[in-house]
Design a protein around this ligand. Structure first.
Ligand SMILES: Cc1cc2nc3c(=O)[nH]c(=O)nc-3n(C[C@H](O)[C@H](O)[C@H](O)COP(=O)(O)OP(=O)(O)OC[C@H]3O[C@@H](n4cnc5c(N)ncnc54)[C@H](O)[C@@H]3O)c2cc1C
Length: 339
C-alpha cells in the first residue's frame, strides 16, 4: 500500500488521480535549471498532499535520469524510442499523453521552457485537463487539492490567480527563475524505469531553430526609429527610412507594423519582440500599447509622432508631435537639413 493510501486510512480507487509529475528536461546529461525549480516545487506540493514525486523524461540515459532522484523524485520514468531522440510536438505529446493516462498524476508540472511551452497546452487540450500557464508562484488549496497559480499580465504589472478545480490532471507550467530549485542529495534513492515507446510517424517537418537574437545593430543602437500601423503604405515608409538615415538610426517596428508587412518580425519591439535601450526612440504611427512599451521602457528619450492626442504613447513620450507622419517627418527632415 502506498504512503498516501496509508495516510488516508483506505485504499484509493484504481481510477483515482494521485502524485505530482514533473516533465523533466535534461541537457548534456544534466537537468536544466528550470527542471530543478519544478522538482523543488513538486517536492513541496507532494509533502503537503502526502503524495509521491514522479519525473518523466525523454530519451535520456538511465544514469543521467537517475540524478533526478537525488533532486527529489521518488520515481523516474524514461520514455525511450527512436522517434523521441529529437523533439517533435505530436510524437512527444502522444507518448506523454499515454503515460499520463496510465499513471494518472493529480498535478503535472512543466518548466515553461521552449518545447514545454507548446507541449503543455497541446496536451491539456488533448486530455481535457486543466492548464495554468507561465506561473510565477503557485499555492495549494489543501482542502480541495486544487493548485492556484499566479500568472503575470501586462509585462508583470498585474497578476491573475487561476485554478482549475475539478479538472484532472491539473497541468501547470512554471516560469524559470521564480522558484527555489531542488537541492541535490546524493543519498536520496528512487526507482528508475525505462518505458519503450512505439515509433509513430509525424506530420511535422522540423526545419531547424529560428534565430531570435536581436539583429546586429538594433541591440546596441543609440537611436532607433520605429514604425507602427499608422504609417500608411510604402510612400510613408520611405519617409520613415529617410528619418532613420538622417538620424543614423536603426529601424524597428510594432506588432501592428509587422502585421501590415511594413517591417520584418525580427525587428519587432515589445513584450513578444525585442527589448531595447536606445538613447533616443522615435515612434512613428505607434499607439503605445503596454506590450509595445515593455520593449522600450528603458529608452532614455521617447519621441512620438501620432495625430491622436489621446494615444497612450503620449503618456510615456518625452516629446510628443501631434500630427500625421506625412506632415511631421518632412518638417523634421527640413529642420535637420536633409530634405
Ligand atoms: C500577448 C501579446 C503580446 C504582444 N506583443 C507585442 C509586442 O511585442 N510588440 C508590439 O508592438 N505589440 C505587441 N502586442 C500587440 C499590442 O497590443 C498592439 O496591438 C500593437 O502594439 C499595436 O501596434 P501599433 O501601435 O502599430 O498599431 P495601432 O494600435 O493600430 O496604432 C496605430 C496608431 O497610429 C496612429 N496613426 C493613424 N494614422 C496615422 C498617421 N497618418 N500618422 C501617424 N500616426 C497615425 C493611430 O492614431 C494609432 O495610435 C502584443 C499583444 C499581445 C496580446
Amino acid at each position: 500500500m502506498e504512503y498516501f493510501e496509508i495516510m488516508m486510512g483506505e485504499a484509493l480507487e484504481e481510477t483515482a488521480y494521485r502524485d505530482i509529475l514533473v516533465v523533466a528536461w535534461l541537457e548534456k546529461g544534466e537537468p536544466v535549471p528550470a527542471t530543478l525549480e519544478a522538482l523543488g516545487k513538486a517536492r513541496e506540493l507532494a509533502d503537503s498532499l502526502g503524495a509521491y514525486v514522479k519525473a518523466v523524461t525523454f530519451a535520456a540515459g538511465e544514469e543521467e535520469a537517475r540524478k533526478l532522484t537525488g533532486y527529489g523524485a521518488d520515481y523516474v520514468y524514461i520514455l525511450q524510442g527512436p522517434a523521441l531522440s529529437q523533439y517533435d510536438l505530436e510524437i512527444y505529446a502522444k507518448a506523454l499523453g499515454e503515460f499520463i493516462q496510465e499513471h494518472k498524476p493529480e498535478i503535472v508540472l512543466f518548466p515553461a521552457i521552449a518545447p514545454a511551452r507548446e507541449l503543455a497546452p497541446y496536451l491539456a487540450q488533448k486530455l481535457g485537463a486543466g492548464l495554468i500557464a507561465n506561473c510565477t508562484e503557485i499555492s495549494l488549496d489543501e482542502a480541495t487539492r486544487t493548485v492556484i497559480g499566479a500568472h503575470p499580465m501586462y509585462g508583470g504589472e498585474y497578476f491573475r490567480l487561476l485554478a482549475n478545480p475539478g479538472l484532472k490532471p491539473q497541468i501547470v507550467t512554471l516560469l524559470p527563475g521564480y522558484f527555489r530549485p531542488a537541492y541535490y542529495d546524493a543519498y536520496r534513492t528512487g526507482e528508475v524505469q525505462t518505458i519503450s515507446v512505439e515509433p509513430v510517424p509525424s506530420r511535422v517537418k522540423t526545419k531547424g531553430p529560428v534565430d531570435f537574437t536581436v539583429p546586429k545593430g538594433l541591440d546596441k543602437a543609440k537611436v532607433v526609429v520605429s514604425v507602427g500601423r499608422g504609417v500608411k503604405g510604402q510612400e510613408e515608409m520611405e519617409l520613415v527610412k529617410k528619418l532613420a538615415q538622417a538620424l543614423n538610426a536603426e529601424l524597428a517596428g510594432s506588432r501592428g507594423a509587422v502585421d501590415e508587412g511594413l517591417i520584418g518580425p525580427d525587428r519587432q519591439v515589445g513584450m513578444s519582440g525585442h527589448q531595447i535601450e536606445p538613447k533616443l526612440y522615435v515612434a512613428c504611427g505607434i499607439s503605445g500599447a503596454i506590450q509595445h512599451y515593455y520593449g522600450i521602457r528603458n529608452a532614455r528619450c521617447i519621441v512620438a509622432i501620432n495625430p491622436d492626442p489621446t494615444a497612450p504613447i503620449f503618456k510615456v513620450a518625452d516629446l510628443g508631435l501631434v500630427g500625421e507622419v506625412k506632415d511631421i517627418i518632412p518638417a523634421v527632415l527640413k529642420e535637420l537639413g536633409t530634405r
